[in-house]
Design a protein around this ligand. Sequence first.
Ligand code: UD1
Length: 437
Amino acid sequence: MTEEIDTDVANDGLAKIKIRGGNPLNGEIPISGAKNAALKLVCAALLTDQELKLSNVPTTLRDMTTLIDLIRYLGAKVDVNDAAKTISIRAIGGAAKTTAPYDLVRKMRASILVLGPMVARHGHAKVSLPGGCAIGSRPVDLHLMGLEAMGAEIKIEDGYVHAAAPEGGLKGTNIVFPKVSVGATEHLLMAACLASGTTTLSNAAMEPEIGDLAECLKKMGAYIEGIGTNKLTIHGVEKLNGTEHAVIPDRIETGTFMIAAALTGGDVTLTGTRANTIDSVIALLRKAGVEVTITGDKIRVKRKDDLKSLRGIDIMTEPYPGFPTDMQAQIMTMLTLCDGAGMVTETIFENRYMHVPELVRMGANIVVQGNSAIVRGVKQLKGAQVMATDLRASVALVIAGLCADGETTVNRIYHLERGYEDIVGKLSAVGADIRSA
Ligand code: UD1
């Protein structure tokens, strides 16, 4: 499910990051496990009463702690080891509650993904509808349509989704998504594992995080075919078991630091990552003039010359394997300093240009028309007070601050903590002048 929601900033509204721009970044940055994979793997733990042990988990991310609070509330026993980056979850059958209340769900829309696993395993569940959202209307109709197609009775009452499986549990069926959805694909994939008979999910999303979830479900005893393609076939089983699974590296964190390195003009190696999950980003960066070298699980990023060696490029966000919407804001920051102009077209979410007015405050030249933005490169950005509005918009402002002239203060960094582990520590370690304030 979508990641940027802004309903709970009150406690953290004053936290900020201060950055003094101009330092080139040099050295190694370790990449964390993927937030968008780890969240779904935690939900998958609700499908079994045995222990699921996850490693390479970005345990300190706010989105992770939010979801952990929710599944603890639902009766799961969870052990988190921040140093080892592991989580063990045991969703003991009898203790499970099946209501996910508004106060826990509203903080993160991905929480809706507990619904399918609970209905599949316990026959019924009640989950609050996620709250409002900063980057578009973001409905959950495809999730509910799929569960209904599997025989569940769905009612929406008092802001809650009530779902009840038919006698004998969810039933396998053929589902064709009218629109590609990462969250709906993952949600129904999980539910289908415990449905009776075979389910096919056509026009399914193909993001690497879905493949990671499917591989873990297979280790848990699920029968899934077509992993990595847009048609998943799931043969339901009666029970799933526990297992151990290492979360894939975060491709969006990887791409974000690649852009930071290219713009500041240093020489940075990202370690513990997987280049083949961000082919589209690497191809575009190379086209813009960034030097990218891949060796095993490392990606080295250098800018060939000064900033003006970077050329403006056009990008359009698309479902995987296209250019990810979660990298759109960061690439836009890069375009503000490239030679010439570039056009950005956002096709996944409406209203995902909230970083634009903030970048303009820093001296960027950007004109938005409908779902496209024309970015004309300027010589220099200037430090300013800016406001983080969602996760990726916030990090785009941090990157802008790293190359701006003077000091930038990014307010409301609450959003950053939802998706970037220790970003201040990781960037300082490679030479950035950045601190929490
Ligand atoms: C996931 C990611 C998010 C990323 C997005 C697209 C997580 C936690 N979040 O979000 O970071 O930006 O994929 O790559 O993994 N839609 C509907 N009805 C639905 C569901 C979605 O109309 O029931 C629409 C959405 O409003 C959006 C589009 O489908 O316009 C794609 O959304 P989706 O792929 O579902 O994104 P999420 O899974 O929410």
